[in-house]
Design a protein around this ligand. Structure first.
Ligand code: URA
Length: 197
């Protein structure tokens, strides 16, 4: 592991910056390969993640693994994290204050890993990182903002009871890694949405 990421992990484990620390069992730092070309960003830990301290290990995590495997990628090859690192009670959507309080951890993870593409999983990450909403309208698209590329797709939890959406997630993840391959080969990729700030 990278020492700076280890330091962030430790800070996340000890964090008491917001009230979620009072109800969590464990905080859940990001996990994975710090050489990854892609960082996957979900919403917040759920029950299983809170118990174990690892991101995306419950049913939603299995869906994510399934989609990665469909693209020939293992979880160990990528880096997976969340907007908020502690479980909100009853899995409610994290508040604006909780997201803001937690944002520096993700900023640091991104600045150390320097991913070619940040893969946004679902509406909370879409809203927090790009101010967007209605991910199902924008999924499958490549976005550029401040020289960083983002790829949009649905949250794996949304695919649990929806066979159509798991197909969509799988298709998107294949496209994501095709884009990564093109970027690695220094090819020009088509940006679908450009943010000008
Ligand atoms: N849902 C998320 O958004 N993140 C997790 O880690 C697990 C479920």
């Amino acid at each position: 592991m990278n020492q700076k990421l280890e330091d962030i992990k430790q800070n996340v484990i000890e964090c008491t910056e917001c009230d979620l620390c009072k109800t969590r069992t464990n905080s859940v730092p990001g996990k994975g390969n710090f050489h990854s070309e892609v960082i996957f960003v979900g919403e917040a830990p759920g029950r299983n993640e809170d118990k174990s301290g690892e991101p995306f290990i419950g049913i939603a995590g299995k869906k994510l693994s399934e989609a990665l495997e469909g693209a020939g990628i293992t979880r160990e090859e990528v880096y997976i994290t969340n907007i908020v690192k502690c479980r909100p009670p009853n899995n409610r959507v994290p508040t604006a204050i909780e997201r803001e309080t937690c944002q520096d951890y993700l900023k640091e993870e991104i600045s150390i890993i320097k991913p070619k593409i940040i893969c946004i999983l679902g509406n909370t990450a879409f809203n927090t990182l790009l101010g967007g909403s209605e991910i199902t309208k924008f999924r499958g698209k490549l976005v550029q903002k401040n020289k960083q590329m983002y790829f949009l797709t649905v949250h794996p939890a949304a695919t649990i009871y929806n066979q159509e959406l798991i197909k969509v997630l799988k298709k998107d993840i294949v496209k994501l890694f095709d884009l990564v391959e093109e970027l690695k080969n220094k090819k020009k990729v088509k940006i679908d949405i450009e943010y000008t700030t």
